[in-house]
Design a binder for this molecule. Structure first.
Ligand code: AMP
Length: 418
């Protein structure tokens, strides 16, 4: 027996109301703030991610689904959403549009991690990118959108963590001080962190192992090593967040798992534990240039859909039910079946959502099915009605029914109830 691959899951019809709800809220906040939708392919040249996310990151080193296609190209299923959007920005000359270009996406993300609750090998992200301006007011806009998005969903109890990790001017000196701090403490570090110390010392700060966390407590802080440009940006950002009354905590150990971030990084967290990140983002002022475009500052944010839905359920947030068929067509007899099939087509043409059991069930079984599906109105065609060109219209709640001519059925259904 085949099963969905480990770390993936089917989204069954009964789950869809949650998904449509979250997608609708995502589109709504984007529309409100002037962000336009973009869709990029499910796979890209693997080099796009090695170049942007960075060698030495878990995503590239351990989690990327890479494969060689039949033409010999090395491809990767998208392990994150920002690099493809930047690739599209460069490829389609979006720098010629008024800046910043504001885009959003809803897409599948593939990462070969260890599956656990809230962590999948294929998950979905809602993400947004504002490309083409270095104004810290844009950082504040994106952070505020993240917050408004979660609020609009009805989620409570999330917090916003914020940090600045500097830029290519000030980061080297910070990394030096970080490396020398850790160099004296390697015996307390996990094997992964000892490796990271060589390749990617920033990542030592967010290791989840208790022993590494203890060492990280007293590390030098990036915000104490900012160059004047980064310092000004950081101060302005904090002023804008204050202007917006946007609650946040500065977290010196927040670095994020991708190499392309500069200056602002932020994360939205809920509850405790390894799966507490609801979403995150930051500035990536060098990425577009790194990918072959002109120097173009930008900032983005991405939210994990599964974790949102997990928390909506946990918090008992009600979501609107999806619309059901309005009419169920039932029949008894061969002639009646033909009349029913025609009727059903006519109702659908009149844009009334209509369903029938089809098959050879008894009339009683068909009515039971209409009831189980929660369809309020049933159109019944028997042999006699078929001969007379009429139908019986039944209201399932009251059990009342009456005969109406087939040709006036649509008008009857569209007028008030029975
Ligand atoms: P990232 O691209 O790692 O910043 O992820 C953005 C958001 O996607 C995270 O904050 C999580 O909510 C969610 N996320 C990341 N990885 C996974 C995963 N493997 N399974 C489910 N959700 C994830």
């Amino acid at each position: 027996m085949y099963q969905a691959p480990r770390g993936t899951k089917d989204i069954l019809p009964q789950e869809q109301a949650y998904w449509r709800y979250v997608e609708a809220k995502a589109s709504a906040i984007c529309q409100l703030c002037g962000y336009e939708r973009i869709d990029t392919p499910a796979f890209e040249d693997a080099g796009l991610f090695t170049r942007s996310v960075g060698q030495g990151t878990d995503i590239v080193d351990k989690e990327m689904y890479t494969f060689q296609d039949r033409g010999g190209g090395k491809m990767a299923l998208t392990p994150e959403g920002t690099a493809p959007v930047c690739r599209a920005y460069i490829e389609h000359g979006l720098s010629n549009k008024p800046q910043p270009v504001r885009l959003y996406y809803l897409t599948s993300i593939f990462r070969y991690g260890r599956p656990q609750a809230g962590r999948y090998r294929q998950h979905y992200q809602f993400g947004l990118e504002a490309i083409g301006d270095a104004d810290p007011a844009l950082d504040a806009e994106v952070i505020d959108m993240a917050r408004q998005f979660y609020l609009s969903l009805g989620l409570e109890g999330f917090s916003l963590q914020l940090n600045s990790i500097g830029c290519k001017i000030c980061r080297p000196a910070y990394l030096d001080s970080l490396t020398s701090y850790y160099a004296d403490r390697t015996s307390h570090l996990c094997p992964d962190c000892r490796r990271r110390l060589e390749r990617n010392p920033l990542r030592l700060l967010d290791c989840k192992r208790p022993s590494c966390q203890e060492v990280a407590e007293a590390t030098p802080r990036s915000i104490d090593h900012l160059c004047s440009g980064c310092e000004r940006h950081w101060q302005r950002l904090k002023a804008y967040l204050a202007l917006l009354d946007l609650p946040h905590e500065v977290n010196h150990r927040l670095v994020r798992g991708l190499d392309y971030y500069t200056r602002t990084v932020f994360e939205v967290q809920i509850g405790e534990g390894a799966q507490s990140a609801l979403g995150g983002g930051g500035r990536y002022d060098d990425l577009i240039e790194e990918l072959g475009g002109k120097p173009t500052p930008a900032i983005g944010f991405a939210a994990g859909m599964e974790r949102i839905i997990l928390n909506l359920k946990k918090q008992g947030v009600p979501v609107p039910a999806l619309s059901q068929p309005e009419v169920f067509v039932a029949y008894a007899g061969d002639k009646a079946k033909e009349a029913a099939i025609k009727l059903m087509a006519g109702l659908r043409q009149a844009e009334m959502a209509t369903i029938a059991a089809l098959g050879d069930k008894s009339l009683k079984a068909q009515l039971r099915q209409a009831n189980a599906l929660g369809v309020g109105r049933v159109v019944i065609v028997g042999e006699e009605e078929a001969a007379r060109d009429t139908v019986v219209l039944r209201d399932m709640a009251s059990g009342q029914q009456r005969e109406v001519p087939s040709r006036s059925l649509v008008a009857e259904l569209k007028s008030v109830s029975l």
